[in-house]
Design a protein around this ligand. Structure first.
Ligand code: MG
Length: 457
């Protein structure tokens, strides 16, 4: 089951040399190109797709295959090279492309890679359009063109500067630079190292870069969770810097370590960004149903409000556009600000957190202590959707008085906390999140979920 090739809203994700091969990637590229041709409303006769890749060693192979597929149906390709996922999304819109492709498997281990798709707005396709692309791929119903109509391939070297320029455009660069922050950055040998070091230099920070070579050989397990960032915490403490930042391999997610070397958790990244943006301008935020209640508390303190969506950054970004949100994102360290782009962006998150520190003159641990604390526990296990369905019925029966929301998986709300149970869209796993005001309550909810899991599996 673990080696299943997953085709979802976000694109395709699989294991190289097993189920994600060059021929498969080429057909998927042709399918995406065919979809764009059939849905393009523009009057110009050429359709262009922006193509980027993270640092995985299989990236050039998949990028070449996707390029072959796109050009075979008459799509022109602009290759922006080794970039972060938010950079590829931003370049898709900046270059006026009809679509974008990012070769990445995000936080997954090295054996994985994936093909993430963007529409002209830099967002992943909504469910209906994702289903159309999948149908074209599965049926191999491709609009291949003859030799004279094949697409061209060009290169654009402006991606880093374009992305950095967008981020610098929304923060007070001089103020941040005046603080001369010292920090440690762990880019886990993903795509984030070179561009983030450049951004930090622009912001006048003295950055100690760890795992900044974008080799694709990840120095530690790449998901930016506490157990994978012990070395970063030790370095932050030993070097006595102001803050530590950790990115995932495609640099859309950011985790923060405080000046004492304490991992503060990915949930705080969005909470701190919301604290900063709402502090300047009350408004609306969008986030998913599995994100901490911290953002609700911050919104309440600042006359702002929060819209909850199904999990998936496309759902959050879509709600942000529709509701004119000033900030949004997900509790996995993903922050979105529409002034910069329509995807989660660790560079944006870094700039906002540094500006928050600079404007308030407070240490990161002090800012964290101002946010009402919750205890969140996250578990995941390999299982298919039938297990999640059985667990959902059992959990609803177990907590008959809970407020139930079935927008995405199953969320149960209580006065002192909540439980979320859902299947991943990109991996064959089931995730359980619980959050409560204290550890005893969080343990109680997670223990109940563990019992229910044991009953149905
Ligand atoms: Mg990622």
């Amino acid at each position: 089951m673990a080696d299943e090739l997953i085709i979802s809203i976000s694109g395709m994700r699989g294991i190289i040399d097993s189920n994600l091969t060059a021929p498969i990637a080429a057909v998927y590229g042709s399918a995406f190109g065919t979809f764009l041709k059939r849905n393009c409303t523009r009057t110009d006769d050429r359709i262009t797709v922006c193509l980027g890749r993270d640092s995985r060693r299989s990236g050039p192979m998949l990028a070449s295959a996707v390029t072959a597929g796109l050009t075979s149906v008459g799509i022109d390709v602009v290759d922006v090279g080794l970039v972060t996922t938010p950079t590829a999304s931003i370049m898709t819109t900046q270059l006026g492309c009809s679509g974008g492709v990012m070769i990445t498997a995000s936080h997954n281990p090295i054996e994985y890679n994936g093909i993430k798709l963007f529409l002209a707005n830099g967002m992943t396709p909504p469910a209906q359009q994702a289903a159309q692309i999948k149908k074209i791929y599965v049926s191999s119903d491709l609009d291949l063109v003859e030799s004279k109509d094949c697409g061209s391939v060009g290169v654009n070297m402006r991606a880093y500067d374009t992305h950095i320029g967008k981020v610098l455009g929304i923060v007070d660069k001089k103020l941040i630079a005046s603080k001369k922050y010292k920090l440690v950055l762990d880019s886990v040998n993903g795509a984030g190292g070179p561009i983030t070091k450049k951004l930090l230099a622009e912001l006048g920070c003295e950055a100690i870069a760890m795992n900044d070579e974008p080799s694709g050989i990840f120095e530690h397990t790449p998901e930016p969770t506490a157990e994978n960032l012990t070395v970063l915490c030790d370095v932050v403490k030993a070097k006595q810097v102001d803050i530590g930042f950790a990115q995932d391999p495609d640099a859309d997610r950011l985790a923060i370590v405080d000046e004492n070397g304490k991992y503060i958790g990915e949930e705080y990244t969005l909470a701190l960004a919301a604290m900063h943006v709402f502090g300047k301008q009350p408004g609306t935020a969008a986030t998913n149903l599995a994100t901490s209640r911290m953002i609700d508390d911050i919104a309440n303190q600042t006359n702002s409000k929060v819209i909850r969506t199904a999990v998936g950054e496309a759902n959050v970004a879509d709600a942000m556009v529709k509701n004119d949100c000033v900030i949004g994102g997900e509790g996995n360290g993903g922050v979105i600000d529409l002034r910069v782009g329509t995807t989660r962006d660790s560079l944006l998150a870094i700039a906002l957190v540094l500006e928050l520190m600079a404007e308030t003159g407070r240490k990161i641990s002090e800012l964290v202590s101002e946010i009402p604390a919750y205890v969140m526990k996250k578990e995941k296990f390999v299982a298919d959707r039938t297990v999640a369905t059985k667990m959902t019925e059992a959990v609803k029966a177990h907590f008959p008085n809970a407020k139930v929301d079935m927008t995405d998986g199953c969320r149960l709300d209580f006065d002192d906390g909540w439980i979320s149970l859902r299947s991943s869209n990109t991996e064959p796993i089931v995730r359980i999140f619980v959050e409560a005001k204290d550890r005893a309550a969080a343990d109680k909810y997670m223990d109940a979920m563990t019992d229910i899991r044991n009953q149905v599996t």
